[in-house]
Ligand binder design. Structure first.
Ligand code: AMP
Length: 142
């Protein structure tokens, strides 16, 4: 199973922002959309960074709530690890585990085409296990 199969179910919408967006505005979007990370895009539409709720918590812990007027660019991770649609879900899970992060933007030909979170992977895995169980059940009763 590959990354495209997950995006086919969850869709390709990605919350994005510019690096000059304030952390207050980023936090508002994370809260309103009930998501954990926002991808930061450059003027050319390429992925420039990622800000997760953890980056905001760290900034508040270090500098206090005044950091909320700082820009996303001041806390974002610039070295973003991405996957492609053809990558396997196993590879995606290994990437998250090795990098200790829960979000992976999906990039094709330099353009952002989706994002997969650890929650999406778990949901996908549960659906697969349920499918297997029901296939086994129908095999046993037939
Ligand atoms: P997360 O577990 O996704 O909330 O992120 C934990 C930390 O990893 C934060 O500092 C994020 O900015 C960073 N991070 C999240 N996703 C990625 C990614 N795909 N590549 C690199 N760093 C990331």
């Amino acid at each position: 199973m590959n990354v495209a199969a997950i995006l086919n179910v969850k869709g390709r919408a990605v919350a994005t922002a510019k690096a000059d967006t304030s952390l207050q505005d980023i936090a508002r979007v994370l809260s309103e959309r009930r998501i954990g990370a926002i991808v930061i895009l450059g003027g050319d539409g390429r992925v420039e960074g990622i800000v997760s709720e953890r980056d905001i918590i760290r900034a508040v812990a270090d500098r206090g709530s005044t950091c909320l007027s700082d820009s996303a660019g001041s806390v974002m991770t610039r070295d973003v690890i991405t996957c492609t649609l053809a990558d396997s879900v196993d590879h995606l899970m290994q990437t998250m585990t090795a990098g200790r992060f829960r979000h992976v933007p999906i990039v094709e030909a330099g353009g952002l085409v989706g994002i997969v979170s650890i929650g999406d992977v778990v949901k996908h895995h549960i659906a697969e296990v349920e499918q297997e169980a029901s296939a086994l059940k129908s095999y046993l009763v037939s």
